[in-house]
Design a protein around this ligand. Sequence first.
Ligand code: SAH
Ligand code: SF4
Ligand code: F3S
Length: 440
Amino acid sequence: MAETKKLFIKTYGCQMNVYDSERMAEALGGNGYEQVGTAAEADMILLNTCHIREKAAEKIYSELGRMRELKDAKPDLKIGVAGCVAQAEGAEIMRRQPMVDLVVGPQSYHRLPQMEAKAGHGEKVLDTDFPEEDKFELLKARPKSKRGPTAFLTVQEGCDKFCAFCVVPYTRGAEVSRPVDRIISEARDLVERGVRELTLLGQNVNAYHGLGLDGHDWPLARLIWELAEIDDLKRIRFTTSHPNDMSDDLIDAHGRCEKLMPYLHLPVQSGSDRILKRMNRSHTRDSYLRVIDRIRTARPDILLSGDFIVGFPEETDADFRDTLRLIEEVGYGQAYSFKYSTRPGTPAAERGQIDDTIATERLVEIQALITRQQRAIQDAMIGKEVGVLFEKAGRMPGQMVGKSDHLHAVHVDSDTLKPGDLRRVRIIGSNTNSLSGVVL
Ligand code: SAH
Ligand code: SF4
Ligand code: F3S
């Protein structure tokens, strides 16, 4: 048996990167690597990166700079860059940081084992292809070890929408959906290993249309109904959705499928039609609000989440007020807001950029509104009964923490609950970022 080597993966960006990091660790397991928790003990460090905003991409270079010392102390240490920065910048990464041994894009990481072997012989390796083969199939089968009660499962990748500000269509490529049978067998395997809640992932997850069990294309709703047949799978979620792809069958599943949780992340980006048009979002403020109405009719208690960009080129104060009004109108239980970041190669980068001080002021204002709204919706949960899937021990002794159906963190006092237990809980308190409750 060859000696085991130690792998440290640091993950940035979205949940799809979290899933990819798991798969990369499994793939490298076949090369004798086991995962460790710190860079200092590693024989190989992989940064799984995000390119969505300038700050995220620059962070990678400063992180690499800090690794210089580790590499000096241990010349055999291999350093790899994976993910969306790898895809966007490719060979430029090795030019800026010559100590990087390996650069692998998000669509090529099934080739990591061969790349690692080459890097082991001192070669510099780069792969940012969009290959034809199915990377998920070619990855080593998932190991049968036990795991926690929640897991991500990528069902769709890539984006064909080309919002004017966004790098994802370039870093992740065109929309591709995995076949239903492969998703089901991966889901069954995860459930056998202890998973009780699956979050189906895709950059445009509700645009999913994969080869179904009957040889026809299945939409996401059909996949969800099929997954709901797995007995020990108790909860299903999906993210991220595009407003234009909220089809009737998916909304209907929210109304009728008990395992589909009442939470939906549905980014709108702006509340101004003028800006939405310039963003190439292909929906209007009104069509978004109509989608929300349909969803709420099907599932009145659904908790909505969103993403907002402030300071997009040419955004006026009136446009920004339209966004604030939309937030007031919808009532988000959770929302993320970002200051627009100019991304090279995207159409919006060519337009007149707005003053950074104004963008910062808008960010502060939108975040204050979102925080107030989140808190009000959290406070309104007091007295209600919710399902909670417990995940781990809390910070205080005798405490357990889990997520409610609406994805609120909930803690309770209990010495008997175990991770994976699903219980009805009455909410009795609301704190900054979590709820407290008592098990019924
Ligand atoms: N596919 C998803 C989300 C992709 S990226 C969707 O369509 O909504 C996640 C979020 O990052 C986006 O929703 C957007 O709010 C934000 N984002 C993307 N590009 C950005 C940019 N150039 N500057 C600031 N925020 C950006
Ligand atoms: Fe980016 Fe728009 Fe695609 Fe979302 S839908 S990933 S924001 S291009
Ligand atoms: Fe970032 Fe790539 Fe995800 S750019 S948000 S890691 S798809």
